[in-house]
Design a protein around this ligand. Structure first.
Ligand code: ASP
Length: 320
């Protein structure tokens, strides 16, 4: 059995490429890197890699994390500027004995020394979104939240050898403070993998996802015997309830998981969450998730119309 699951529809083309490698007996570590790089390289996704939206100083700061579920090797970078593929740097860092998580200048120095591709990551399109948002923010005071279409790609991948890996890549929240880091590069919050159990990854408001160490929690629940779907729902619903009890509101929390058998699940506390998945039993597919009143999440295959409209919106000119 092999499989790959990812947050959001934007991962579809990436998981198609990664899945191809898995079908040819490729390693999960290679397939996930291929898949996440494809998302990072696509200029019309505003929340990951090239084309990612900037912070409030109009600088694109990128975060990425990677975990190998066989060895528990972890690598991550936070707030790195102008490197094409953060996931590859995070993965490389996971191979080091120590110094596995590097931020900003230190991450850039490491990436340069290891000859990772340098690239100006702020696109003209991202500058247009920045100008537009700046105008809106001046007109009305707004709280920090993941602005529309601003989503992390998180993936879990299982190969035929039974290795489970997890990875994330993001430009974080649009208009964040310089140096702000969310859940995505933090093991246990943004991602977690244990080849004896499975893996999980998250997207949404990092400040809140971290409060529940949500990816670790999902894997822990799967280890206790819950299915991926049960584990995702319990983790999201418990954290959502705890946050509301203590703080009145809960930020956006969305997750996906896959266990070592290739079974998968998802959960969310918002409308509009989607995910992409492929397994030995099923071709790459995008699902749209609906949260029911009781907190149970159901999902259905995205229609061709929905998929076309998604791309049309992503590629439409920015109206300033
Ligand atoms: N979780 C990411 C962060 O807080 C953002 C997202 O997934 O939309 O940086």
């Amino acid at each position: 059995m092999h499989g790959i699951i990812a947050t959001w529809r934007m991962a579809k083309e990436g998981i198609e490429q990664g899945f191809e490698q898995l079908n040819q007996n490729g390693k999960a570590s290679d397939a996930i890197e291929t898949a996440i790089k494809a998302v990072e390289d696509f200029p019309y996704y505003k929340s990951v890699g090239y084309g990612g939206l900037p912070n409030e100083d109009q600088v694109v700061e990128l975060d990425a994390g990677y975990m190998d579920g066989d060895t528990f090797d972890v690598g991550a970078i936070c707030a790195i500027k102008d490197f094409a593929n953060p996931i590859s740097i995070a993965k490389k860092l996971s191979e080091e004995k120590v110094n596995n998580i590097l931020v900003s200048y230190g991450a850039e120095k490491y990436a340069r020394e290891h000859h990772f591709e340098e690239k100006e990551m702020l696109t003209d399109r991202a500058k247009a979104f920045y100008r537009k948002k700046k105008k809106e923010l001046e007109q009305q005071a707004q709280e920090l939240k993941p602005y529309d279409g601003h989503d992390t790609v998180g993936m879990v991948c299982l190969d035929e050898n039974g290795t489970v890996v997890a990875g994330t890549s993001t430009s974080g929240l649009f208009m964040k403070k310089p140096g702000r880091v969310g859940d995505s590069p933090f093991v246990g919050s943004g991602f977690y993998a244990d080849s004896e159990v499975g893996g999980a990854t998250a997207t949404g408001l990092g400040e809140d996802l971290m409060k529940g160490c949500i990816s670790y929690e999902i894997v822990r629940l799967m280890k206790e015997g819950l299915t991926p779907q049960e584990a995702c729902e319990k983790a999201v619903n418990d954290l959502d309830a705890s946050l509301k009890k203590r703080r009145t509101v809960a930020g956006d929390l969305s997750v996906v998981a896959m266990n070592k058998k290739g079974e998968f699940g998802c959960a969310t506390n918002i409308d509009g969450f989607s995910f992409s998945v492929a397994t030995s039993d099923a071709e790459p597919t995008v699902y749209l998730v609906t949260r029911q009143g009781d907190g149970h999440c159901t999902f259905e295959v995205a229609s061709k119309e929905w998929l076309d409209e998604y791309m049309r919106v992503r590629m439409a000119p920015v109206e300033e």
